[in-house]
Write a protein that binds this ligand. Structure first.
Ligand code: DGJ
Length: 727
């Protein structure tokens, strides 16, 4: 069984196929963390060491034993005011402002299946046997506080999930000032911390740093997971590489603000924690009220970053994403944004669709600008009525005519936002998040709707349904184009809950849409990839990875994204050159190769393509369709680091090793330069592989050892693709 409990030692052991996680109840009822690492049998309590650490106090019940200190021992869910002075998971104040908290074990349950969370996205199991759940209840009797720790074990994904429900069972309102979903305490070792910082149009850049004494924190206070930091962090051995070394990942299933912290303490022990930002500034918990922290997906790899990525890819791909497109290939789409921005009519879209249909594209997406009086980004968000005057026809007719060309039809919306210049804002100014007496922060000339209010959610849900029901719409791009700055709801009795309730409100609307339109493909988007997180993937099988469609910049963005997220969820399109974001010109073939490492589509006007490029599109589409299963189910190997290597390469390898697709892009070229050798990984050792393009047969061991030279005639920004089939 994945979860076991030893009553003599009071130790819980959680096993996945390749990892073990252990925690223990100590003699005073506190919960200690013991171990998270390679799968092992037996208990690891011997890892705990005891010494009188001056100025690290002891629980009163320990009497004269000065060696028992919660400031030094590894903790499972540390609370502020418990004698542990490191970064806590829980910070709670009683009504009189006191911050003391001593959580003690009350009871536990081991249940079949994987727990679900109220109103929150979470990983799931397909059937009862696939997962197990451990629930441990802790309490602080003085505060009347109950803390239920939840653990889900998905052995075959090599993943353990955690979450926590905090409930006030007392008689006075408590205030949460901090609630991390989980922490991992490491008793020894020297580690590097890997995070994925970025900015608009350059999201998720790989950032690795040595973790020194003190705390390194990243996060988002923006009300969404953000372009600037991603809610996914890795701790690894200093010498860990792609294929060697110990690596731990924490991935938050949450799309709001977050906080991730890594602390190396006085004894060189390390604590890594992650949770939402929304409660960090006084979240009120009234008597009887509870709050559920978002889930964290934990995974451990003893074989470097790539195995960690493979574990997470499998889990997100098939146990977080849902619906029809979990297994099915999503349609190859052409999006109108870079083709015409706001400047389109129904007829011009039909011209795009005609061009797209001739090339083999499967869906036309009408982006921003089809509703209300929207001519630019200054008005009409919230007015989700079709601008028939602009389109020159009803939406139903447009969709019908697009369908008649053999294409599916999709649309863009930004449901969480409101323009001041909109009928909705004029009718309901109090539906905007804005602090009374303080002018709100404008961003992209827009304000934020208050999704913490039921009537707002209901109105927007109905508005979306009215549009979806009016035409054959098979795809919805759900966008979000600003941060939340003014956190005030006109309907909230206490403003401390608003951000959390707002995020839950967004999830509620998405959930209702998924239930009502099971065949609808929702693509997440936030000014590109600003809300690329496991929470959104529960509702949106794919997310637009970045507004930056430049193939060279995308090498960096998709490289960083690949550490935590599967390629099948990465929205990526071929666009026109010079590229609209960077002005760079790259070969059409290279743009295709880079986009083919994701969902694949186009973001251009086919009328602007040369005859040669049109022929290339047809080939790219046929090739992508042929490789779709490889991209969806295959293992993705990063063969380079774009920040260091000018030859950027990656390979998708079928789970059974029978085939692979290698892609490489030369991002910098010098005259008379040495050959670049690409060393493959993941192929079946000892086997021989035939290259489909050349018929040449390779001994795989040499391919993985010495590598394959990138053809010397590859130009700057040129690319190279090779399909390998096992003989
Ligand atoms: C931001 C998105 O990332 C773009 O693709 C496009 O949909 C615009 N918004 C439309 O306003």
């Amino acid at each position: 069984m994945p979860i076991s409990y030893s009553p003599e030692k009071k130790i819980f052991s959680l096993h996945t196929d390749r990892s073990t996680y252990q925690l223990a109840v100590d003699g005073f009822g506190a919960l200690l963390h013991l171990y998270y690492g390679a799968r092992c049998e037996g208990e690891a309590e011997y890892l705990l060491t005891f010494a009188d650490r001056g100025f690290s106090g002891n629980p009163y019940a320990a009497g004269d034993d000065r060696t028992w200190s919660y400031d030094a021992l590894p903790q499972e869910f540390p609370a502020w005011g418990s004698g542990d002075f490191r970064a806590p998971c829980l910070g709670v104040r009683a009504a009189d402002g006191t911050a003391g908290c001593a959580l003690r074990y009350r009871e536990h349950e081991i249940l079949p299946g994987k727990y679900a969370l109220p109103g929150l996205p979470a990983a799931y199991a397909e059937d009862g046997d696939e997962a197990e759940t451990l629930k441990i209840e802790l309490s602080d009797e003085r505060l009347g506080l109950s803390v239920t720790l939840l653990y889900g074990v998905l052995p075959h994904c090599d993943v353990i999930t955690r979450s926590v429900i905090v409930q006030n069972r007392g008689e006075e309102t408590l205030t949460l000032g901090r609630l991390q979903s989980a922490c991992l305490d490491f008793v020894g070792g020297d580690y590097d911390l890997v995070t994925f910082p970025g900015r608009y149009a350059l999201e998720r850049q790989f950032d690795r740093r040595e973790l020194g004494r003190g705390t390194h924190a990243i996060g988002s206070r923006r009300g969404y997971s953000s372009h600037q930091y991603n809610p996914f962090v890795i701790l690894c051995d200093r010498d860990a590489t792609e294929s060697a070394g110990r690596v731990w990942g924490m991935e938050l299933v949450w799309s709001g603000g977050f906080l991730a912290e890594a602390e190396r303490d006085q004894l060189s022990q390390t604590r890594l924690s992650i949770g939402m930002d929304e409660v960090q500034t006084a979240y009120p918990l009234a008597p009887g009220e509870s709050i559920c922290a978002p889930e964290v997906i934990l995974s451990y790899s003893a074989a470097g970053f790539e195995r960690l990525s493979h574990n997470l890819h499998r889990c997100l791909r098939s146990r977080v994403r849902r619906g029809r497109y979990r297994e099915e290939r999503t349609p190859i789409l052409l999006n109108s944004w870079e083709a015409s921005y706001f400047d389109f009519t129904g007829e011009s879209l039909l011209t795009l669709a005609e061009g797209a249909a001739k090339l083999g594209v499967e869906m036309l997406v009408m982006d921003d600008g089809w509703f209300g009086a929207r001519r630019d980004d200054k008005s009409s968000l919230g007015d989700w009525t079709v601008n028939e005057e602009k389109l020159g026809m009803p939406l139903g007719e447009l969709a019908r005519r697009v369908n008649a060309l053999g294409l599916k039809f999709g649309i863009w919306m930004e449901p969480e936002m409101i323009s001041e210049d909109s009928e909705l804002c004029r009718a309901h100014p109090d539906w905007v998040l804005a602090v009374p007496g303080q002018a709100p922060v404008r961003s992209r000339s827009q304000l934020v709707l208050d999704f913490s209010r039921e009537e707002v959610r209901e109105h927007i849900f109905r508005a979306i349904c009215a549009v979806l029901d009016s035409a054959n719409i098979e795809y919805l791009k759900w966008d979000l184009n600003r941060s939340i700055a003014d956190v005030y709801s006109h309907a909230a009795p206490d403003q401390g809950r608003v951000l959390y309730q707002n995020m839950l409100g967004v999830y509620e609307v998405l959930e209702k849409l998924c239930a009502r339109y099971p065949d609808l493909l929702i693509e997440g988007c936030s000014g590109g990839g600003g809300r690329f997180d496991a929470g959104m993937l529960h509702y949106c099988p794919q997310i637009w990875c970045s507004d930056n469609t430049d193939a060279i910049d995308r090498l960096f963005i998709q490289h960083g994204t690949s550490f935590g997220y599967p390629a099948v969820s990465v929205g990526s399109h071929v666009s026109i050159c010079p590229n609209h974001q960077t002005g760079r010109t790259t070969p059409f073939e290279t743009r295709g190769a880079v986009a083919a490492a994701g969902t694949f589509g186009y973001e251009l006007d086919p009328a602007q393509l040369t005859g040669e490029e049109c022929a290339a599109v047809k080939e790219q589409i046929a090739a992508y369709k042929a490789d779709a299963a490889l991209v969806r189910d295959g293992f993705y190997y990063r063969l380079s680091d774009p920040a260091k290597d000018v030859c950027c390469a990656w390979v998708f390898v079928a789970e059974d090793g029978s085939e692979a697709r290698l892609s490489a892009v030369l991002r910098e070229k010098h005259a008379n330069e040495p050959a670049h050798y690409i060393r493959l990984r993941g192929l079946t050792p000892g086997a021989r592989y035939r290259a489909r393009e050349t018929g040449r047969v390779y001994s795989v061991d040499a391919l993985m050892d010495a590598g394959l030279p990138l053809p010397l005639d590859c130009r700057e920004y040129g690319s190279f693709t090779l399909h390998l089939e096992r003989e």
